[in-house]
Design a protein around this ligand. Structure first.
Ligand SMILES: [Fe+2]
Length: 323
């Protein structure tokens, strides 16, 4: 069977973002933000959100691009949420009031946030900034907003309905048979978890921290590997992860001037997400090239290999379905 690799390619420049992806999307500090769905719909509340690759992978991959001092309001997830910074500096803050702690992440940094806690983020650099987000499960469910955020959003006309779709009451009425979701109660608010900055820092891996890298040294010292989540197998060697969250997917960075993985067969879903370089990916004798910000999902059960052909440093994230 011939496979069309183009349908499994998410070239960043071809993606169509949502401009009001979430209920707080008309509020200052949240209004200048674009939301992309590369693999699966994610948790977007925009019923018109374009999804590039709809096939179930066991995880979802999205991206957020925001202007300076813009980002997401405080919300909680029921599945894993892992951030991968591509440009700019992003401040993450958390707790029901957003004041329990903060970390600032830069290019290449990765943070895995626990479920059942409120988190928000903003681009604190001067320029437009980009990050990718991996969410756990085929269906990552819906997010829970803090009551104060839903209240402020309503003042702009934005209401979230019980089918998880958005409506702008300045333009439309709530359709028959649907209703606005109520903010969670004060008692429900107490059921969410709390973390100090030190506790969250354990779930953050800095790109610049060279001590985190391993060398896959049977391959001419060409492969540097940084393994964040789940055991990672490459060339019959296994690497342990730094973060022990049970996300349902693995996340690994492969880096180097001549970085590569020899041909291997897999029945698992995988996505290669390029941070730097130019990567040639071969699937059952067909080839695709991807560059920075592009992602590619090899077809399930295909034999695959990849190599950085830029002649310069290449870095690629590998997201691997666990089950
Ligand atoms: Fe989120």
């Amino acid at each position: 069977m011939s496979i069309d690799l183009e349908t499994r390619l998410a070239r960043f420049n071809d993606l169509i973002p949502s401009k009001v992806p979430f209920v707080e999307g008309k509020l200052k500090g949240h209004q200048d933000r674009l939301n992309y769905s590369l693999v699966g719909p994610g948790v977007s509340e925009d019923s018109k959100q374009n999804v590039k690759i709809a096939e179930e992978h066991g995880f979802n991959i999205g991206a957020v691009s925001a202007a300076s001092m813009n980002g997401s309001g405080l919300h909680s997830h029921t599945t894993a949420e892992v951030f991968i910074i591509f440009s700019g500096s992003w401040r993450f803050y958390w707790g029901p009031d957003g004041k329990e702690g903060e970390v600032i992440l830069h290019k290449g940094d990765v943070a895995s946030f626990p479920t059942n806690m409120f988190r928000g983020f903003q681009n604190v650099s001067d320029q437009q900034a980009l990050m990718f987000v991996v969410l756990g499960e085929n269906d990552p469910g819906v997010i829970t907003w803090t009551p104060s955020l839903l209240k402020k959003a309503k003042e702009t006309g934005m209401v979230l309905l019980n089918d998880n779709s958005l409506i702008d009451l300045e333009k439309n009425q709530i359709p028959d048979g649907k209703k606005a979701i109520e903010p969670i109660t004060d008692n429900e608010l107490t059921q969410f978890d709390h973390y100090t900055s030190e506790e969250i820092e354990k779930f953050v891996i800095r790109y610049a921290d060279q001590k985190n890298y391993f060398l896959d040294d049977e391959h001419y010292n060409s492969n540097s590997i940084l393994n964040y989540l789940d055991d990672f197998t490459i060339h019959n060697k296994e690497f342990k992860p730094y973060i022990n969250h049970k996300t349902g997917f693995g996340l690994t960075l492969l880096e180097g001037n001549n970085a590569h993985i020899h041909s291997y067969a897999s029945s698992k879903s995988e996505v290669y997400l390029c941070l730097e370089g130019e990567w040639e990916i071969t699937c059952n004798d067909k080839k695709v090239l991807i560059g920075p910000r592009d992602a590619f999902s090899p077809p399930k059960n295909s034999t695959r290999s990849l190599k950085n052909i830029s002649g310069d440093k290449g870095s690629i994230y590998i997201v691997r379905q666990k089950n």
